[in-house]
Design a protein around this ligand. Sequence first.
Ligand SMILES: [Fe+2]
Length: 196
Amino acid sequence: MTSISVSDFLEFLTPLKAQDFKSEKVDRFLEARWFSEDTFLPFIHFRDDTYGRNLVFRNNFFELAILTWLPGHRTPIHDHGDQRCWMMVESGELTFKNYEYPASDSAKLKPLGRAKAINRGTKVYIDDDLGVHSITNATQKPAVSVHLYAAPINSCRIYNEATKRFERKLLSYLTEGVWSPEGELIESRLCEPLLF
Ligand SMILES: [Fe+2]
């Protein structure tokens, strides 16, 4: 495994266009690489009430985010708005549960296989063709995961457990990376308002 920094990863990602993200380029790049210790440290911010979405970098074609999970934090079951999603567990353990992609907002949820726990070093891929899913930190320790989404989206559909229907939810970030034109990180700043 070659060790790469967040800058190495962005150097690979930023020249890519929509068509590249539909190819196997990302999978091939990630195949033999992993992130160097602490490279994502500036982007690791936890929140108490729910999991944290920390944006590293975003352009028209992709967004790279660090998600932070305290014990018990979970996402609702959600779709991916037609995007491709690569996810890597950086630390801790997260549990995935997949369901068939719903034919309509009120369609009954159909589980796909059993819930699966994944740890550091594991890569997972999902898109709407594969289904919808929820992610949970079912452990007693914090967890951190790296998410690459192509293309970026501002909302997705989430399953409302009370009404048993999918509904549209706006997505926001806890923090966002601010970069200089030369590609140096200036800061990872708190986003306002916090929607989700
Ligand atoms: Fe997801």
